[in-house]
Design a protein around this ligand. Sequence first.
Ligand code: MG
Length: 170
Amino acid sequence: MASSQKSSKTLKLIVFDLDFTLWPYWADCHIQSPYRIASNEKIIDSAGNIVECYPDVPEVLADLHKKGYILGVASRCPDREGCRQLLNLFGFNKYLKYIEIHDCHKFQHFEKIKKSSGVDFSEMMFFDDDKNNIRDISSMGVVSILVREGITKQVVDDGIRQFHKRCSVQ
Ligand SMILES: [Mg+2]
């Protein structure tokens, strides 16, 4: 990838948190599984509330997938099955190669993704709304971006630019 003597990392794998990153809820708290598609084709939770992701998310995931990035999620939500169900109903499963949903420290999610994918932390990016997760996963060498109001095209584009800026120096 590097055209000069400077080394340059390639961005290979992008990992997203779920709650308040891909959708505006804590999926074990604000909404409740099981989820299903209602007759009006909206996704609803067990109480009949409509469940939506942040508006840019479907296009962002489709676009990143199309560009050849490997995609994954790392979530600490205790309702693992509910989250998997939502990812499936939103149609995101087809883009996500690694789905790590465990109520443990996110170090472990990333260790698992690294082991399964063979991709080094320096060639991964992470988006999450939690400052502590950003601090911790940054310390592993993953370029980690704090998401303030959910994933948008702008947040991801800016994040990828930051990755290349940080990783083209050495
Ligand atoms: Mg979150």
